[in-house]
Design a protein around this ligand. Structure first.
Ligand code: FPP
Length: 247
């Protein structure tokens, strides 16, 4: 497993996004119920966030609950929401100790009041922190975000606040929940699944993808550093040819 010393600090990605997958399978392997996997997933979140803050990463975005996750059994959805509330309470100190600012993207209005209030409280309380920006994607999907952007663009055109000829990549970015974020340079998905699953569909256009067999509850900062070491060994061409890329 890689350590901090294996990283090229001048070549850190500015933004890493993670699809945290495999909680259910991890619990099943241990003969336990799915929520046990989610509970242990919180430890993986803590160590990953601390590890990211420790190396000075600027943005970390975690897919914590997708639009599609609402279709899971009611008991699991309730347990996940409860876990989110208790984790926000318990982990606030971790965020403060590490200078982490909490942010959230997604259809936050669909969360129940208790979850939304707790989330907003921690967002407010960490808003002065200047280190890692930790974004939780909650009730989020890439298609939902893109459709919302298109609707808002249409309204602004109708109200003469935007001209069709001014729509470009930059304009579109400004209508997304991730407005102002650098695009993720690295996407990590755990548990051996090789899918994007409706995560950051617009933003991932040029992102390097990294898949690991590790199930999320077993993921630790060393696994994050493994992914970064792997990323740093890649050549990013953005449609150019090798000879056009300078070090
Ligand atoms: C995917 O595993 C994981 C989730 C849908 C939830 C992620 C939640 C956590 C890591 C815990 C709480 C998070 C925070 C931010 C406090 P899965 O259930 O799809 O696993 P499976 O594919 O093995 O069934």
């Amino acid at each position: 497993m890689s350590s901090k010393l294996d990283l090229k600090m001048d070549k850190l990605p500015a933004h890493i996004a993670i699809i945290m997958d495999g909680n259910g399978r991890w619990a099943k392997k241990k003969g336990n119920i799915r929520i046990f996997g989610h509970q242990n997933g919180v430890e993986a979140v803590r160590d990953t966030v601390e590890g990211a803050a420790e190396i000075g990463l600027k943005y970390l975005t975690l897919y914590a609950f997708s639009t599609e996750n609402w279709n899971r059994p009611r008991t699991e959805v309730d347990a996940l929401m409860q876990l989110l509330v208790s984790s926000l309470e318990k982990e606030k100190k971790t965020l403060m100790d590490n200078g982490v600012r909490l942010l959230a993207i997604g259809d936050l209005l669909s969360l129940n009041n208790n979850v939304r209030n707790k989330l907003q409280k921690v967002i407010d309380e960490t808003s002065g922190n200047t280190g890692l920006k930790l974004t939780l994607a909650l009730s989020y999907s890439g298609r939902w975000e893109i459709i919302k952007a298109i609707k808002n663009i249409a309204v602004d055109i109708q109200q003469n606040k935007l001209d069709v000829k001014d729509i470009c990549d930059k304009t579109f970015n400004d209508y997304l929940d991730t407005q102002g974020y650098p695009e993720p340079e690295l996407l990590i998905r755990t548990s051996g699944e090789h899918r994007i699953s409706n995560f950051l569909l617009w933003q991932l256009a040029y992102t390097e993808l990294y898949f690991t067999e590790t199930l999320w509850p077993d993921f630790r900062r060393g696994d994050l550093y493994d992914a970064i070491v792997n990323f740093q060994s890649r050549e990013r061409r953005f449609g150019k040819i090798s000879e056009q890329i300078c070090e």
